[in-house]
Structure formats: C-alpha cells, structure tokens
Design a protein around this ligand. Structure first.
Ligand SMILES: C[S@@+](CC[C@H](N)C(=O)[O-])C[C@H]1O[C@@H](n2cnc3c(N)ncnc32)[C@H](O)[C@@H]1O
Length: 292
C-alpha cells in the first residue's frame, strides 16, 4: 500500500526544488548589484539526512541532492550570471552522514558541470549539529570574504520539534547576524508541534520558533494532500514555511502564499491552532495572527 509519509516527502522535495528555482536567481541578482555583497551565495541543508529517501521499494532524491541539482542547473543555464553558489550539507547522525557523504560525492560527480567551471562549490558534508556547523561555515566565509554580506538560504527539516528547539538559538544567532541575509526554509509537521504543546505546556511552540528566527515576512506552502488510498488517521499534517527579510515577490510561482494574504493566513492559522481552536472565519474575513 502506498505510504502517506512518502507522499508528504515527495511534496517537500518538489517544493524545495521550486523554491530554489525561484529564490536563487533573485538572490544572485541582488548580490550582483551590491559591492558589499559576497558574490558567492551560501546554501545550507542543515538537517540533511542521507541524501536519498527510501520507502519500501521506492527511493528518490533527498534535500541535499535536490538543492545540488537546482544550483547546478541554474548555474549551467546561465541564470545566475557571474554569481557563484556554495552548498553545504550538515548531518548529526553518523550513519546518515556516511551515506550522505557517498551520495553527495557521487551526485556531484555525475553532474560535473557547474562544479567544474567553478560556479558551484560543494563542501564535503559536515558531521555535527546544525547550529555549530552553520556557525563554523558562516564565520569561515566571513573571514575569507573580508566581512562582505552573505546571501543565501538555510533549510531546516527536523525529524521532530525537539530537534529544532535544541538548535534554534545557535541557528538564530547566525541568520540574524548583521552580515547575514540568509532566508530560512522550514519543513515541519504542524501536528507534532500541536501534540507536544498539549502534553508539555512550557515547550516552545512553532510560532515561538518562527519568532526567534526574526524574519519580517513568512510564506507558507499548501498542505500536501494525502490520496484517499493512503488516508490514515495517524498521518501528520506537513507544511513548508519560508522566512525572509528580502523585499521581493513572485513566490506563487514556487507554490507559496504570503501569510499576510487571505489564503496564507488561513494556512498559518490551521498550522498553529488545534482543530478545536481553529474556527474558520466567515467568508471574506480573516483573523490576524501575531507571530512575535
Ligand atoms: C527528516 S530527516 C532529513 C531529511 C532530508 N532533509 C531530506 O529531505 O532528504 C532529519 C535529519 O536531521 C538530522 N538532525 C536532527 N537534528 C539535527 C541537528 N541538530 N543537527 C544536524 N542534524 C540533525 C537527523 O539525524 C535526520 O537525519
């Protein structure tokens, strides 16, 4: 029988690829315009997993390979002009990291396009916690670039809320650094956050985490629809959020909604509130949600 988790995971990888195709050219254009910007964009997959998703007989690319392919295709296609990009995958678990290292090396070898021309740098995967890994990569880049502002994206994909809660302060320190213009993409099960808040009232909520990341605008994806065949009362609700301080638009091309728009507000309310708390507003009216 088809697996509800594999549907959600495929949705995640598709959204991530679409996000990269939309966001990276915008970030590249901004860095080309400003001397204070580092011309090498930084993309960090902070909870990278093994690089390949396995669900029974099926297997498909995981987030680090999705990001690698998107950066390679954009560079080779000339969309990034003179901008370059640098991809770093970070993974805490030793076995996952080993498999990730093999998968990234093999995949980068197959592509051997943008990395050969120097437009794309792919680091050997970092083994460790995302907070420390990100801090190390970022400070190293600042040291090399003479203090220029670093643009890019950090992708966070925790297995459970606790993984993100324990890393959030260190991640927030980097993305809120005065020399960072790093957007944040977060894929998470909103059901897990609601369950943990119910059983542990002092546990940080998803909106606390979004507040710590200090973005001025949040976008949200739709919620993946699990086909009827796989419907399962234990299926979690999953969603991707993108936080930015950038002043740009066009995210609907990548399948996202601004959380200030009517649809985005409804999706955010459904993500943050339990079914009991969530009262759909009368048609045409949407309640305001305050993240901070
Ligand atoms: C859901 S999996 C990642 C899947 C992957 N992003 C993908 O789409 O293919 C989450 C991974 O995060 C790793 N992880 C959890 N907490 C972490 C942390 N604080 N730092 C780095 N990795 C972490 C786990 O070991 C696990 O492999």
């Amino acid at each position: 029988m088809a697996n509800p988790t594999s549907h959600a995971t495929r949705f995640k990888e598709e959204r991530l690829a679409a996000l990269m195709r939309w966001l990276v050219p915008i970030q590249a254009a901004v860095t080309r315009k400003h001397d204070y910007a580092d011309p090498t964009l930084l993309y960090v997959d902070g909870m990278a997993g093994a690089g390949v998703n396995h669900f029974g007989e099926e297997s498909f690319d995981g987030s680090p390979l999705v990001m690698l392919e998107a950066l390679d295709a954009l560079s080779v296609g000339g969309t990034l002009g003179t901008a370059r990009s640098h991809l770093v995958a970070i993974e805490r678990d030793y076995r996952q990291w080993l498999e990730l290292s093999v998968n990234v090396a093999r995949h980068a070898g197959y592509l051997h396009s943008a990395s050969v021309t120097g437009q794309l740098e792919v680091s050997f995967p970092v083994r460790g916690c995302v907070g420390e890994g990100l801090h190390k990569v970022f400070s190293e880049r600042l040291r090399r670039n003479g203090g220029r502002v670093i643009y890019g994206l950090v992708f966070l994909d925790p297995t459970n809320p606790g993984d993100l809660v324990s890393a959030i302060d260190a991640v927030a320190d980097v993305v809120n650094h005065r020399r960072a213009r790093l957007d944040v993409a977060l894929w998470t099960s909103t059901t897990q956050w609601k369950r943990v808040s119910k059983s542990q009232p002092d546990h940080p909520s998803l909106s606390d985490i979004m507040g710590k990341l200090g973005r001025s605008r949040w976008l949200t994806s739709d919620v993946p629809k699990i086909p009827r065949c796989c419907d399962n009362s234990n299926a979690f609700q999953w969603q991707m959020f993108v936080g930015t301080k950038g002043d740009f638009d066009g995210w609907s091309k990548a399948g996202f909604h601004d959380t200030e728009s009517p649809t985005g507000r409804r999706l955010l309310a459904m993500a943050l509130k339990t079914r009991k708390e969530y009262q759909p507003p009368p048609e045409g009216q949407y309640e305001l949600l305050h993240l901070r």
